[in-house]
Design a protein around this ligand. Structure first.
Ligand SMILES: *Cc1c(COP(=O)(O)O)cnc(C)c1O
Length: 349
């Protein structure tokens, strides 16, 4: 018997750059980006800004840094940002927005019936506008699309338009954590520009489903991006010949967006296989993109993850009883189905 196969569904960050991507990286024209002289980075920043309907872009090493800079450019020290209680900016960025920029957060519990997806009234009812010395001022609202810990769920464009109108009325800015906006775009057919222009700042990741090793871009106005460029350097994020990384991202834009539909189909079939053996753990029809969140009931999520790992499937715990599987370009259809069967058996009682 050979080595047992490991199907790694812990995250879509585990992908390795393909041969084609590596040759694009090797061929990249580069320069010193702190001098603004890396043509590959300049091109990626401009291209991403245009895709999202914004004036300018800023290449960042991580999505966390891009979010940190986007939120920073909308909310002054001491102000608050409203977001979902499971938002990446609130849960997974190590408190950076508070620790480094003095920004506070209040969170809503989504009540639309779709995990991670707010109702407009959830958000507007929390806003504190012009309350003087009594309440923390709401500077911005942050939306995550797709919603990671919510299970790859999608904010409907109509809801986002309504929220934009409500925010505009009271002068509250909007940030989009679009780490997986590509997935929302492919799943719904809504243009990236239509999503992007509803927000003052938008971040996208190339290191998730798009398969690049590193890289995110923040887009916004010329003015905000110029300020964010200074702050990025202050944070130690001024990179030099990083065009090799931008070339990977550009390759991903050319080759890896449409194929996200495969990841979505594979996530659905993973969930279906789980549900056959362990009904109630997941509702496959609610799997909208490439993320499946399993409710493992009384079991400890960490135990389920450890057992699955021993049996050759990588999952991650995203709550004490919630386990996440994420499909991606290095996990094909048969592997995802097999993983679903195995996890289903493990959860069948
Ligand atoms: C992955 C991710 C980010 C950025 O994460 P980094 O690891 O810092 O690149 C931001 N938001 C969401 C929703 C994510 O899933």
């Amino acid at each position: 018997m050979g080595e047992p196969r490991f199907i790694d569904l812990r995250s879509d960050t585990v992908t390795r750059p393909s041969v084609g991507m590596r040759s694009a990286m090797a061929a990249a024209e580069v320069g010193d980006d702190v001098y603004g002289e890396d043509p590959s980075i300049n091109e990626l920043e401009a291209r991403t800004a245009e895709l999202l309907g914004h004036e300018a872009g800023l290449f960042c090493p991580t999505g966390s840094m891009a979010n940190l800079l986007g939120v920073w450019s909308l909310a002054p020290r001491g102000a608050e940002v409203l977001c979902d209680q499971q938002a990446h900016i609130a849960r997974a960025e190590m408190g950076a927005h508070a620790a480094l920029h003095g920004i506070t957060m209040r969170t809503w519990e989504s009540s639309s019936g779709v995990s991670g997806v707010a109702k407009v009234s959830d958000v507007t009812s929390m806003m504190s506008i012009s309350t003087g010395p009594f309440l923390v001022e709401t500077a911005a609202v942050a939306i995550e699309n797709t919603h990671n810990f919510g299970g790859g769920t999608i904010h409907p464009i109509g809801m986002l338009r309504e929220l934009r109108a409500a925010c505009r009325q009271v002068g509250v800015a909007m940030h989009l954590d679009g780490a997986r906006l590509w997935n929302a775009h492919v799943a719904t057919g809504v243009d990236l520009t239509d999503y992007g222009r509803l927000f003052d700042t938008v971040t996208v990741c190339f290191s998730k489903g798009l398969g690049a090793p590193v890289g995110s871009v923040l887009v916004s106005s010329h003015e905000r991006i110029a300020a964010a460029r200074v702050q990025r350097k202050r944070l130690g994020g001024g990179m030099r010949q990083a065009g090799v990384l931008a070339a990977a991202a550009a390759y991903a834009l050319d080759h890896n967006i449409a194929r996200l539909a495969d990841d979505h189909a594979n996530a659905r079939s993973f969930a279906e296989a789980v549900a056959v053996a362990a009904p109630g753990v997941v509702a496959p029809e609610l799997v909208a993109t490439n993320i499946v969140v399993l409710d493992v009931g009384d079991r400890a999520a960490s135990q389920v993850v450890a057992t699955a790992r021993r049996q050759g499937v990588g999952l991650s715990a995203v709550g004490s009883h919630l386990v996440r599987a994420v499909t991606h370009l290095d996990a094909g259809a048969p592997a995802c189905r097999d993983a679903g069967r195995l996890v289903g058996e493990l959860l069948a009682t």
